[in-house]
Design a protein around this ligand. Structure first.
Ligand SMILES: Cc1cc2nc3c(=O)[nH]c(=O)nc-3n(C[C@H](O)[C@H](O)[C@H](O)COP(=O)(O)OP(=O)(O)OC[C@H]3O[C@@H](n4cnc5c(N)ncnc54)[C@H](O)[C@@H]3O)c2cc1C
Length: 404
């Protein structure tokens, strides 16, 4: 029922944590100021083998499973939220086509084709440092979180023609491939399918456009992606036809992987608060202003919130598997909402407790505060959508009768 890291998980967590503390933390302010993608951090991740974190060992990767990924993500986020959030898009891609795909029902032909395709993806990551983004959001219909898309893929000889526009494409300046969701137009299919395709960043008809100057998570470089009649080959299907929807239905915890990033951010805000008020941070307040009963109570509140959020999230992570029970899905939604909302509260209160000087730009706290604000907005499990889904699952609306 709880996530207790084993030796291998601890080793990977330590590896990522050391890299993040020693390198990412000191670069974070610059990337944030410039709203620029952390290329140096990705070079370090590649060097350490972490781009292949969730690639199975049989393909030459580190073989991390879902839970291990979550632990590593939290650790990176403690030093740089934007690096953790973007790393989620890349690592999730490798996880979905790996561990998750293994749990899905496929025909032998689909399984064989998928095996060959994912082997090529993994090889590209390991040998060439390929980075994968996950631009799903389209704005207009994303609010429903119901996986409706305007982007269209049409079957043609040898592959697909793809047209559409995605907003908030994290890694837009860095990705070699964009893992896009598009509505598939296939005359032979009984109903429309959402297809998951890897679009090469240098393919004809692909363009990254728009400004990127947001409140928080500025290093994610999440600009718009425009695809105009671009060709995507059969080999670039990240999952076989029909499998994305099967995964979303049968492996719903796939949408929980953003939460560890925001847990890491709130932990960082808590750690800063304790260090700041303990006099361990140069430029902090004088001893006479550091500790009072009010501050002790307030820090205790922060501690309780962080630990409660972690306990629920870790439990939900430990329950992630194919075909979860309804209460496990509700708990995952609850964990997601709790982490996203608590991150906002903890970072807000941390500034109040520490005081005005703590939000000066040379401290990381105001960045944590701005980064934390983004979590509750992330589709498809926005904080509101989580509530809506839990409520509808516990208390479904009665079916309309002819006289209502
Ligand atoms: C820093 C950052 C990075 C991002 N990176 C990516 C990425 O890499 N890939 C990607 O696909 N997307 C990404 N996103 C986009 C994100 O997932 C959302 O799609 C985006 O924030 C939606 O913005 P919107 O204006 O369309 O708001 P909407 O989705 O329209 O939501 C507006 C508000 O209304 C609420 N709401 C709307 N309808 C409902 C409903 N029916 N029930 C309950 N609540 C509802 C929402 O919860 C939200 O609070 C990123 C966003 C940010 C901020």
């Amino acid at each position: 029922m709880h996530l207790q890291p084993n030796a291998r998980q601890q080793e990977l967590r330590d590896l990522a944590g050391a890299l993040a503390r020693e390198r990412f933390a000191r670069r974070a302010a610059r990337y944030d100021t410039e709203a620029a993608f952390p290329f140096e951090n990705y070079a370090d991740l590649r060097q350490a083998g972490l781009l292949a974190l969730c690639i199975p060992a049989a393909y030459g990767g580190m073989g991390a499973d879902y839970a291990t990924y979550c632990l590593v993500s939290e650790e990176i986020a403690r030093s740089c939220g934007a690096t953790a959030l973007t790393f989620n898009m890349h690592a999730s891609t490798t996880l979905w086509i790996g561990q998750l795909a293994d749990d899905l029902e496929m025909t032998p032909a689909q399984r064989q084709a998928h095996e060959a395709r994912r082997a090529r993806v993994y090889q590209g990551v390991i040998e060439h440092g390929h980075i994968y983004a996950q631009p799903f959001s389209e704005g207009e219909q994303s609010a429903s979180g119901r996986l409706l898309f305007h982007s269209r893929a049409t079957r043609v000889d040898g592959g697909f023609r793809l047209t559409g526009k995605k907003i908030f494409t994290s890694l837009s300046d860095a990705a070699h491939y964009f893992g896009v969701l598009a509505l598939l137009h296939d005359e032979s299919a009984a109903e429309p399918d959402i297809h998951y395709l890897a679009v090469a960043a240098d393919a004809e008809g692909v363009e990254v456009t728009g400004e990127w100057n947001p409140l928080g998570m500025r290093g994610t470089a999440s600009r718009d992606l425009v695809m105009q009649d671009c060709f995507v080959s059969d080999e670039a299907q990240l999952l076989p036809q029909g499998m994305y929807q099967q995964a979303a239905r049968r492996w719903p915890h796939m949408f929980l992987t953003l939460a560890p990033t925001y847990l890491g951010i709130m932990q960082a805000a808590y750690d800063f608060t304790v260090d700041y008020l303990s006099g361990r941070i140069p430029g902090g307040p004088p001893a006479s202003q550091r500790v009072s009963p009010v501050k002790q109570y307030a820090v205790a509140e922060l501690f309780i919130r962080v630990e409660a959020a972690r306990a629920l999230l870790y439990r939900a992570i430990a329950e992630a598997h194919v075909d979860p029970a309804p209460e496990e899905v509700r708990r995952a939604l609850a964990a997601n909402r709790m982490v996203m909302e608590t991150a906002v509260q903890v970072t807000t209160d941390a500034i109040r407790i520490c005081g005005g000087r703590s939000m000066l730009k040379h401290f990381p706290l105001e960045r944590h505060y701005r980064d934390a604000r983004c979590g509750a907005l992330m589709q498809p499990w926005t904080a509101d959508n989580c509530l809506e889904r839990i409520g509808a699952s516990v208390l479904p609306a009665p079916k309309p009768t002819p006289d209502t």
